[in-house]
Design a protein around this ligand. Structure first.
Ligand SMILES: O=C([O-])[C@@H](O)[C@@H](O)[C@H](O)[C@@H](O)C(=O)[O-]
Ligand SMILES: [Mg+2]
Length: 414
């Protein structure tokens, strides 16, 4: 094996970037979002990039895996998975499939970036080849405060009622050209969120719409909302919790149900399919063990007649590039992908130019690997933010409670 293929080191840099006060069922986003940037270096000095979570437990797992990567081929993805599974005792139940997937994904994406660079091919080619030249994303709207407490209002302003939500949609669509819209719900009583969806429908008659309350509703409320928005939404995302709960709603819902909460690992698929719990799975390579495994998820969704869409959390451009290659190579990705990118674009670690929205879609990068370059100066600045911001784990509920001590976190809320 040539040294070009063998892993010498994995450099993991935790970072923090500005995040607006976006509201959700758990609370509100803190002023900083955590992430980490992965640089996988081969013995010959080829570097592969990855972007992953930044919470302490995940960073500790990556640090524990790091010495076991030395000498491994960047092509040995099966061996990589087995090493991580053994190290964290997946068979003995010490780590869930979901958490193992998170760890594996962090390294796998960087391996694919190296593979692409060695072969002088884009990552989409390594995943079976792009079936589309560009990947559509949706405008991901959030109820939000005008600014963080004790800070100036941000450029997006407040969105706390249907008018505010429509104004946010208009700004985001003017800036990026998105052709479909998702509203993060679970924040206000359901009738207010139904009113916001109707306002969006009136303002944007041709945009497919989605609503995602992150399990804030009971079975009865979920069905009431599904019936009220029948013919208005393309799907309803995670109205209630758990596979059996979703199955109960799905049995009577006129709308298809989607999830990124009750089906997040391969072992969730058999019960979800057997119970008819969901009609659309939102894949996410950061959860599902990387790009190759999420591409396999696409095939499984196709096999079982499930639609496929893509989930997002706060992220930067390395993740956006990876998502774009994956979505480009997944034929049955039947919906525009979610992305938080407009909320964090100002702080990107990727040099400008490789990823640009055109009419709400990202043209698939054609350069070798992920096709993006790291800006080391921005990385250093965001790492400094991490060192000084004091956050080590996302805590939307704790932050909300510091502002509003009466906030009740229990779900379902309505
Ligand atoms: O960023 C948020 O507040 C979202 O609610 C995120 O945490 C979810 O994971 C996600 O976007 C979703 O679709 O559920
Ligand atoms: Mg969701």
């Amino acid at each position: 094996m040539t040294t070009r293929m063998r892993i010498k080191d994995l450099v993991i840099t935790p970072i923090a970037f500005r995040d607006p006060p976006l509201l959700n069922a758990d609370g509100v986003h803190e002023p900083w979002a955590l992430r980490s940037i992965v640089q996988l270096v081969t013995e010959d000095g080829v570097t592969g990039l990855g972007e992953t979570f930044g919470d302490t437990l995940h960073l500790e797992r990556l640090a524990a895996l790091r010495p076991h990567l030395t000498g491994l081929s960047v092509y040995a993805l099966g061996e990589l998975y087995e090493k991580a599974a053994t190290l964290f005792d997946h068979a003995g139940g010490a780590i869930s499939s979901f958490d193992l997937g998170r760890v594996h994904a962090a390294v796998e994406v960087a391996c694919l970036d190296v593979q692409g660079k060695l072969a002088d091919r884009p990552v989409s080619d390594l995943l079976g080849g792009a079936v589309r030249d560009s990947v559509p994303y949706s405008a991901y709207l959030f109820y939000k405060w005008a600014g963080h407490p004790d800070a100036e209002p941000d450029e997006w302003g407040a969105a706390l009622d249907p008018e505010g939500v429509v104004a946010q949609a208009r700004r985001m669509i003017d800036l990026y050209g998105f052709g479909s819209i998702k509203l993060k719900g679970g924040v206000f009583p359901p009738d207010q969120e139904i009113a916001a969806i109707h306002a969006l429908r009136e303002a944007f008659p041709d945009h497919p719409l989605r609503l995602d309350p992150n399990t804030a509703w009971t079975h009865e409320t979920s069905l009431e909302v599904a019936r009220a928005l029948d013919g208005v939404l393309e799907y309803l995302e995670d109205p209630t919790g758990g596979i059996p709960g979703m199955a109960r709603v799905a049995a009577a819902s006129p709308l298809p149900l989607a999830t990124n909460m009750c089906v997040v690992a391969f072992d969730h698929i058999p019960p979800a399919v057997a119970q008819g719990a969901v009609q659309v799975v939102l894949g996410d390579h950061h959860y599902w063990g990387g790009l190759t495994r999420t591409r396999h998820l696409g095939t499984l969704c196709d096999t079982f007649g499930l639609g496929m869409s893509m989930h997002s959390n706060s992220h930067l451009g390395i993740s956006l590039a990876a998502m774009t290659h994956l979505a480009a190579a997944t034929p049955n990705l039947t919906y525009a992908c979610d992305t938080h990118y407009p909320w964090s674009a100002q702080d990107d670690v990727v040099r400008p130019g490789a990823l640009t929205f055109v009419d709400g879609a990202i043209p698939v990068p054609t350069g070798p690997g992920l096709g993006v370059e790291l800006d080391e100066d921005v990385l250093a600045r965001l790492h400094e933010n991490y060192l000084t911001c004091g956050l080590r784990k996302r805590d939307d509920t704790g932050y909300m409670r510091r502002v509003n001590p009466d906030f009740e976190a229990g779900l379902p809320r309505w």
